[in-house]
Design a protein around this ligand. Structure first.
Ligand SMILES: Nc1nc2c(ncn2[C@@H]2O[C@H](COP(=O)(O)OP(=O)(O)OP(=O)(O)O)[C@@H](O)[C@H]2O)c(=O)[nH]1
Ligand SMILES: [Mg+2]
Length: 369
């Protein structure tokens, strides 16, 4: 998948083809197809081929906001692990807060850019919004809501939003603000798409059990913020495969934790650490999801990759994607090439993920045979 079709809502079969990872024309796919007959494995992968009662345990790793929980939620949707009413209720509160955070960020961007609002009364509206408080976990009072809608619809704000990749504004901003009126209602029920679009940092561990290709899987999702990474090692035993998410669009961003470390560098260091972890080095497959390809491709036009990676001299988004892929491959130096696969993903795209996940689960099961 390149940039051009990353936003295309393709049919699942087409997507499965697009999902064949990292394949530029006339090039070998990055994904290394395992000739499993030659492999000698000592992990649970060696269990009898037809052991339908064994649960295949997968661990989701990656930095904060890399798309881990989004991937887990796609699996829940696609493999029919329904969300409970209680989960929906809690997520609703986070959605209100996400909307406020996006709004506040837009107002700050307007202030920092020194751009005037198209409608001067929105200057006052913006000021009032900033004074109202930093969080909002419930319905917005009507007057407050009207101010938000007025600022969002201001022509100058919309123009600035079109250049959002230069400001690292969350992609869900437009998604939620465009439907703000239907969200800011007592009877609002988030839809599956709303769950996928919202970000709720994971604290601790959550897991989902599901069936794919007639086999049971259990997927563990852990928080990726630095403070949570200390707990990762407690989850390493009995894991059959790692799903590693890496938000490639973050090449220009620094970590919230220290505001210094480049996020791409941090993610690649993490990948290197996981790849060389003794418990995973010899037998565990790592499926790497180079995620947020949509944001990455959009951002390249605003913020050149070479500003942050001086080794990069390419001119196209395909070259940029290939460059990042090579960095991921380098991070796995020393690992058997049959023990990892790289996919380019847009985790918020359910149809695309249906194709990719179908391939991944098939690959896992093939290797078990
Ligand atoms: N545009 C775009 N947004 C994405 C993509 N993948 C995830 N997101 C959004 O990015 C945010 C990532 O959130 P999560 O999946 O919860 O991140 P996480 O890795 O679980 O983060 P922690 O729990 O803090 O470790 C959410 O708002 C998603 O909607 C993608 O491919 N493209
Ligand atoms: Mg999470």
């Amino acid at each position: 998948m390149g940039c051009n079709n990353s936003k295309t809502v393709a049919k699942v079969n087409d997507v499965a083809a697009a999902a064949t990872p990292a394949k530029a024309e006339n090039e070998e796919p990055v994904q290394k197809k395992a000739d499993t007959s030659k492999l000698s494995r000592t992990s649970s992968f060696q269990e009898p081929a037809n052991d339908e009662f064994t649960i295949i345990r997968l661990l989701l790793l990656g930095a904060a906001e890399s798309g881990k929980t989004t991937l887990l939620e796609q699996i829940r949707l696609l493999y029919k692990q329904n969300f409970s009413d209680a989960e929906m209720f809690h997520r609703r509160a986070f959605i209100y807060n996400t909307i406020l955070q996006s709004m506040r960020m837009m107002i700050k961007m307007m202030d920092e850019s020194g751009i005037s609002y198209a409608d001067p009364k929105n200057q006052e509206n913006a000021k009032r919004i900033m004074e109202e408080g930093e969080t909002q976990y419930g319905l917005f009072p009507q007057e407050y809501a009207d101010r938000m809608v007025s600022v969002w619809n201001d022509d100058a704000v919309q123009k600035l939003y079109a250049r959002r990749s230069a400001f690292n504004l969350n992609d869900s901003t437009k998604f939620f603000l465009d439907s703000f009126d239907s969200i800011n209602r007592p009877d609002y029920q988030p839809s599956p798409k709303h769950l996928i679009m919202s970000y709720v940092p994971t604290i601790g561990v959550q897991n989902v059990i599901f069936t794919a290709n007639n086999r049971s899987f259990q997927l563990f999702d852990i928080g990726g913020q630095r403070i949570d990474r200390r707990k990762w090692a407690t989850m390493y035993d009995g894991i059959d495969a790692i799903f590693f998410c890496l938000a490639i669009s973050e090449y220009d961003q620094t970590m919230n934790e220290d505001l210094v470390t480049n996020r791409l560098t941090d993610s690649l260091n993490l990948l290197q650490k996981i790849s060389s972890e003794p418990k995973f080095l010899k037998n565990s497959d790592i499926f790497i999801f180079l995620n947020e390809v949509d944001v990455f491709c959009e951002k390249l036009n605003e913020i050149p990759l070479q500003n942050f990676q001086d080794q990069y001299h390419g001119n196209s988004s395909e070259e940029a994607l290939k460059f990042i892929e090579d960095m991921a491959i380098q991070a796995m130096a020393g690992r058997d090439e049959y023990l990892y696969s790289i996919y380019r993903t847009v985790c918020i795209d359910t149809e695309m993920m249906a194709g990719i996940l179908g391939n991944v689960f098939e690959e896992i099961l093939e290797r078990k045979l």
